[in-house]
Design a protein around this ligand. Sequence first.
Ligand code: SAM
Length: 269
Amino acid sequence: MDNTREHYQQAGLTDRIYSELVSAGHELDSLHPDDLAGVDEFHLGGRMATDALLADLGVKAGSRVLDVGCGIGGAARTIACSTGCSVTGVDLTSAFVATARDLSAAVGMADTTTFREGNGLDLPFADAEFDVVVMLHVGMNIDDKGALMKELARVAAPGGTVAIYDIMRVGEGDLGFPMPWASSASASFLASPNDYRSAMVDAGLEPHEAIDRLELVRTALATASEHPPPVDLSHLMGENWPAMFANLRAALGAGVVSPTQLIAHRPPA
Ligand SMILES: C[S@@+](CC[C@H](N)C(=O)[O-])C[C@H]1O[C@@H](n2cnc3c(N)ncnc32)[C@H](O)[C@@H]1O
């Protein structure tokens, strides 16, 4: 857990993002959530992957939504903007939670998105508090998938939904490090789609088939290289980002890992 915090913790993050935006010609007092999408959607496929997940979810304006491991809050803001609902984000990394709050305030979304520090294995919420629980690119940091799925299922209401979009292991082979989620192998815990589905079933959830999002990710990467966003993940993760991303691309290309969406329902009471 400490390894994970250390890997993501960044000093002066909000100021760094603001300074890049200003250099790219943006006015800080008229920022829009779209201006942040290159940096605040910290998962493969970025905004495009969040939109694809959302299209499969059926979130309504009155839905209570939790984003576990919300990072700096991009997916939470996208879900709140697209659906009109309020979203709560929770994350282990205090600097990310602080930046998530700063950015929501900057784009006028402090009322519809709230963020707090917390651990996905011991969520600071009551049983059945949320209609929809999402978790994007976090499971790679958590070894005990059984305990994780039980905790996500606990806070989902009966009849509610648990939706995961993680990098999962789909083939044999070693990974190079650093990766975007871990500086070394000792902090990386990949599992296969079948392992995730089994953990969901053991937690009392009913999972759909897993959906591989590699093609969507290729499209999103091609779009980003044609139209680079004003801020990107190098501004979030710092000087090690090129090495992290090169290692991830190699693992994707070798068929060792793939970005995978998995949605499950908690049966009605
Ligand atoms: C790759 S980032 C993804 C952030 C965000 N979900 C997104 O897609 O933009 C992984 C995030 O998971 C958080 N995280 C890792 N382990 C966690 C845990 N046990 N509980 C809560 N958050 C955790 C990290 O702090 C980091 O913000």
